[in-house]
Write a protein that binds this ligand. Structure first.
Ligand code: AMP
Ligand code: MG
Length: 339
């Protein structure tokens, strides 16, 4: 009870559960923007193979109760102390999403707490806005599940450009599997690329405001036997990153934005951050990236977005809590943001 009285007026506490892909995460966050805990366990596919949805779901089911308990314990809270239970409703892998939704429903029903459905990409954006303090940036979300350039207008995040096929995270992870680079390949490719010097020719594919990475993947994989791996990793990063920077620069120019937010797992990459920072500073603006602690999937992004959503009246009935593996960013109304 003492803890309850310590809270500011109107402040809410939200337990957030993330379960869209490799990561099962849980966290407690307050509507004042404090992340009180952030616990995660990551499913690692066998060397050389991609994520297997059913195996990932089995992994997540096994560790979920422990991760949720640990998130509450680390925050110093009991389930009774939190005001709402948020979960990733989509998009993501169906079997994996259902693990998170099931746990969230069970806690919501057991403790009579409202259930808050969260769109995973919006959670990447909100944790980016929280940790950078940016207010109305162009958003570049680059992760395993998304490669999206978005801006906020009339109550929704609108998509300016996106990938037409695989995401930037997929490109790096799939290339890594073919080149024998351990998973997750992104950070390992970054390390190898830092020793590359020679630019190997690879296809650069921008179509209007969209990028396409599947042809680049095929071409880069074909060059593995005849190239030095550091040069190939360096070239892959330079070409793939330049493509998304080009589209983003067009967005910044057309939408007249002075700020850019880089978020999602791939935004941890220092070369990518540097390219965005340079592009924005040449235009007299600035680029900021999400705190690397929260760049990859986390319960924190769901708990924080859940606190925002719950504070502005968002919740759903248990009967409506079906997961949406293909939920699009631009379908979601955002009542807590103006513009
Ligand atoms: P997320 O889906 O947000 O959890 O992001 C996961 C993706 O981020 C995976 O494809 C990783 O390979 C990628 N990633 C993580 N760290 C880095 C890095 N330093 N450079 C490039 N990609 C990264
Ligand atoms: Mg993600």
């Amino acid at each position: 009870m003492t803890r309850e009285r310590d809270r500011g007026a109107g402040e809410v506490l939200c337990l957030g559960i993330e379960s869209t892909a490799h990561t099962f995460g849980a966290s407690v966050a307050s509507s004042r923007g404090e992340i009180l805990s952030d616990i995660k366990e990551v499913y690692r596919p066998p060397m050389g193979s991609g994520i297997h949805p059913r195996e990932a779901a089995q992994h997540h089911s096994k560790i979920a109760p422990k991760v949720v308990r640990e998130a509450l314990r680390a925050a110093g809270k009991s389930p009774e102390d939190v005001d709402a239970i948020a979960y990733s409703k989509g998009p993501g892998l169906g079997p994996v999403l259902r693990v998170g939704a099931t746990i969230a429903r069970a806690i919501s029903a057991r403790y009579s707490k409202p259930l808050i459905p969260i769109h995973h990409a919006i959670a990447h954006i909100e944790i980016g806005l929280l940790t950078t303090g940016l207010r109305n940036p162009l958003v570049v979300l680059v992760s395993g599940g998304h490669t999206t350039v978005a801006f906020f207008s009339k109550g929704k995040w609108r998509v300016f450009g996106e990938t037409e096929d695989i995401t930037l995270g997929n490109l790096l992870d799939a290339f890594g599997r073919e080149a024998g680079i351990p998973h997750p390949a992104g950070p390992n490719i970054e390390g190898i690329a830092s020793k590359g010097r020679k630019l190997i020719e690879l296809p650069y594919i921008v179509k209007g405001n969209d990028v396409s990475y599947s042809g680049l993947l095929t071409a880069a994989v074909k060059k593995i036997p005849d190239s030095k791996l550091p040069d190939l990793c360096y070239s892959l990063q330079e070409v793939a990153f330049s493509m998304i920077v080009e589209v983003s620069e067009r967005a910044v120019a057309q939408l007249e934005r002075e700020e850019l937010l880089l978020t999602g797992g791939v935004s941890a990459n220092r070369r990518l951050r540097e390219m965005f920072a340079k592009m924005m500073s040449e235009r007299g603006g600035r680029s900021e990236a999400v705190d690397p602690k929260y760049s990859g999937d986390s319960g924190a992004q769901i708990a924080w977005t859940g606190a925002l959503a719950f504070s502005s009246g968002v919740s759903e009935r248990l009967g409506d809590s079906k997961v949406l593996p293909r939920w699009r960013l631009d379908e979601v109304e955002i009542p807590w943001r103006r513009g």
